[in-house]
Structures are given as C-alpha cells and as structure tokens.
Design a protein around this ligand. Sequence first.
Ligand SMILES: CC(C)(COP(=O)(O)OP(=O)(O)OC[C@H]1O[C@@H](n2cnc3c(N)ncnc32)[C@H](O)[C@@H]1OP(=O)(O)O)[C@@H](O)C(=O)NCCC(=O)NCCS
Length: 196
Amino acid sequence: VTPMILYVFDNYKGNRADEYNTNRLIGLALKQYTDDHGLAPLSSTDITTICRTSKGKPFIENLPIHFSVSHSEHQWVCLVGPNESGIDIQKNHHVNYEAISRRFYSQEEQQAVLKGGLDTFIALWCRKEAFIKYFGMTMGETMEWLNVARNGEPVNQIEHDGIIIKFTDLRVSHDYQCVAATRTKEQIWIKKLQID
Ligand SMILES: CC(C)(COP(=O)(O)OP(=O)(O)OC[C@H]1O[C@@H](n2cnc3c(N)ncnc32)[C@H](O)[C@@H]1OP(=O)(O)O)[C@@H](O)C(=O)NCCC(=O)NCCS
C-alpha cells in the first residue's frame, strides 16, 4: 500500500503574491511524493503542465498520481495519492455561521450546527468542499442536495450516485479544520512541504 500524503505549506501568501503559487507548490508536492515513496521521478514537463477543468479542478494528464489542493489564510495543503481525492482546509473564523447555515445548509446540517456551533459549522463546510473537489464540481451545483450531517453530527461517509465517499478529519494546525474525501478509508500522513 502507498499511503496518501498531505503536504502542508504554512507560509502561503496567495497566488499572485510571490513565487509560491499553487502551480509551483503542486510541482514541489508531487516531487516530494515520488521521493517519499521511492517512485520514479516525474518529468519536468509533467510537473509544469498542470491543466484545469472548466470548473477549476487542477490535474495532470496521464499521470498515475492524483492530487487535490486547498488553502485558507497562510495554510496551503495538497493531498497526493494513487487515487482521486478531495481536500479542504478552513480557518476557524468567527463568521456569522448561524445566518450562513440558514441560507446554505440542509435541515439536518442546520440542526447539527444548532447543537455543535462554529466547530460543527466548519466541519460540515470542509466536508462539502472536500466532496465537491473530489468530483470536480462547484458549490453552486451541489447546494440543493448535498447533505453531510446525520443525527446532529457531521457524517463520516456519504453515498452519491452509488459511490461511497469517506471523510477523514486531519489535524494540520490548531485553529484550522481539514477534511479529506476519498473512495476508501485511507491512511493519510501529514508532512511539511520542503521548500528549497
Ligand atoms: C470548488 C470550490 C468549492 C473551491 O472553493 P475555494 O474556496 O476556492 O476552495 P479552496 O481555497 O479550499 O481551494 C482552492 C483550490 O481548489 C482547487 N479547485 C478549484 N476549483 C475546483 C474544483 N471545481 N474541483 C476541484 N478542485 C478545485 C484549485 O486548485 C484551487 O486552488 P488555486 O485557485 O490556488 O488553484 C468553489 O470555489 C467553487 O464552487 N468554485 C466553482 C467556481 C465556478 O463556479 N466556476 C465556474 C465554472 S462552472
């Protein structure tokens, strides 16, 4: 088994700000992944030809390695592994979460938020975005039907079109929540992204 690895870069300053933009960081994460697993290194063409779907999902064609990216404030993360995945990281911001959940969350999700407050609001948000990123969808197209709470709690898995998606909570930093969406329950290692 090849464990999935979540690479964490904690000095992200946005895509326009400096040389460490998402594409460059994806390249570094993929290079580190092949090194960490003793896999054949990717060619520099592979690493520099990152495509995007029309809905924004980044990928590299014909590569047996899959990845998903998320960032929030100065934390940038990339989940890398042999299979498709989705990742989301969110800072525990004190937003008006009750109003946002009334507007955008399902009935079950709203009940969970009433019970669990901001932490639950963010746990649900991360699940939604990780799910969306797994499928390369958008927030808009899932708004009507995506429900990631049951019995007042965030779920650990959901079924969509006959596919079961598992959620894994990852401890990246104390004031952030991070959730991975994968097809099977994965062992996920967390590593600092090496910047040269
Ligand atoms: C996909 C979505 C949930 C991402 O939300 P976000 O707040 O930008 O999420 P994060 O900051 O956690 O992650 C951003 C990263 O996710 C990746 N990403 C963007 N869209 C994606 C998608 N549809 N699927 C998978 N990954 C996606 C990108 O790598 C992006 O990083 P980058 O902009 O630095 O390259 C949300 O932005 C969304 O619904 N976007 C759709 C936009 C849209 O409607 N486009 C029009 C085409 S229909």
